[in-house]
Write a protein that binds this ligand. Sequence first.
Ligand code: SF4
Length: 280
Amino acid sequence: MLNGMRDHQAGRAELRGDCERCFGLCCVALPFSASADFAVDKAAGTPCRNLREDHRCGIHARLRQKGFTGCTVYDCFGAGQQVSQITFGGQDWRTGPPERARRMFEVFPVVRQLHELLWYLTEALALPAARPVHAELREALEKTEELTAGTPEELAGLDVAAHRQEVNVLLLRTSELARAGTKGRRKDRRGADLMGARLKGADLRGASLRGAYLIAADLTGADLRGADLIGADLRDADLTDADLTGAFFLTQPQLNAARGSAGTRLPGSVTRPGHWTAQA
Ligand code: SF4
């Protein structure tokens, strides 16, 4: 399904969750603590109380009102359908032996991490400035795809952190190449604590915001063109009228967790969250 020489857009389409082909894995496999994002505590491997027998969410249309905002921003990068339909061949965890269900819940977060890497690698390959490392990126993409296609046992035993580390080295080089095209001083705010920061109208063109904590930051009207946003925490950050054209390594879950407007300019890799339009 995710074969080597992928078409970039087709590849990206496969790297988005398709709940129709999934057995509600994110609603069972993952643990949640009661917080502003999730109204109740839930242990890993325990079905959410709102999950119906048909694997649909019983409160889908009212998630935000009911205190489950985190569910509206989450995306599995297509790991749900991969694990449900490929790794476990379409066998529902509800009907099989408990050991198989346990294995499925164990494997799901591993495949989600691999699919997230596939998302970044696919995006990196679409960046013309990253051409000097395209061969290595393609190799990493193929290796990640191979790992994703592993058996449940292989996936459960995978050192996914080590693989992430290997890929990250390449993504860093990609970032440097991509941001080198931005004129002027490119800010390095990697891992910076910018929670609640007043960055209204800030010039962040070509900045590295890798892993930056931008929770509730005011980024209204900020210029983020060509910025590296990998792993940046954008929860409740205000991107109203900000310009993110050409920003890269931005994922849909990151964007979904932020606020924005019809005037926010986005890179082509992500779509405008529905709740922004409702606010606009
Ligand atoms: S509230 Fe709905 S979407 Fe969220 S975990 Fe429960 S069943 Fe899934």
